[in-house]
Design a protein around this ligand. Structure first.
Ligand code: FMN
Length: 197
């Protein structure tokens, strides 16, 4: 009988230890997942005519991440954006050697707290819209992961990402996504799910 009790006791101990082990593993996995996705993400975007803003709003609605809208000191009017007119503001700025776009606020509040930055912008002449280029040049991206998204008439995102990457040497860039101007919230949500958000 004593022997039986001893075996029962041993079995109970083994079961208890195994049980604890399992719950520890679960906790660790949860921590890793939370770190990988992170809640310290921000959606930073520029939008001249509202298309990119709509996508940014869809991301915010789906994730609850905070957002920061880049605003040039001098907003672009439709006339400014007329790339068919060689004398328009945009034609001159695109042709200029130096990027000269001033922003009303260069850096989002608590910028250092964010480890993941969704960066959204329209494509201008196959590249990023100039206010986004100004934002990237003027901020420190060391240690941050960047997830770019854009809207365009038809151009892909690749060339614009190459331009922005050059200004953020210490950042990790994830693959970006180009949306059509009329992309639906469902399209945005399925992209977010694809990349783990
Ligand atoms: C100055 C300018 C240049 C543009 N260049 C391109 C281009 O090279 N390729 C393209 O597919 N669309 C181009 N577009 C179209 C915009 O990328 C598209 O309308 C975008 O959705 C606008 O976004 P927004 O409403 O957020 O400003 C251009 C638009 C403007 C105003």
């Amino acid at each position: 009988m004593k022997k039986l009790l001893a075996i029962f006791g041993l079995l109970l101990t083994v079961l208890l230890v195994a049980g604890c082990g399992t719950s520890e593993t679960v906790e660790t996995t949860e921590e890793v997942t939370a770190d990988a996705v992170g809640d310290e993400a921000i959606v930073v975007y520029y939008s001249a005519t509202g298309n990119t803003k709509k996508i940014a709003d869809d991301i915010v609605a789906a994730t609850d991440f905070p957002s920061f809208e880049i605003t040039p000191e001098e907003p672009y009017t439709d006339e400014d954006l007329d790339y068919n007119n060689a004398d328009s503001r945009i034609s001159k700025e695109m042709a200029a050697e130096d990027l000269d776009v001033k922003l009303t606020q260069t850096t989002p509040d608590n910028w250092e707290n964010y480890n993941t930055v969704f960066l959204g912008y329209p494509i201008w002449n196959n590249g990023p819209a100039l206010p986004m280029e100004a934002f990237v040049v003027d901020n420190d991206f060391a240690g941050k992961t960047v997830i770019p998204f854009c809207t365009s008439g038809s151009s892909g995102i690749e060339e614009s990402v190459n331009v922005l990457k050059e200004a953020t040497v210490d950042a990790t860039w994830e693959e970006g996504k180009r949306f059509a101007a009329d992309a639906t919230p469902e399209e945005v949500e399925s992209w977010l799910a694809e990349i783990g958000y």
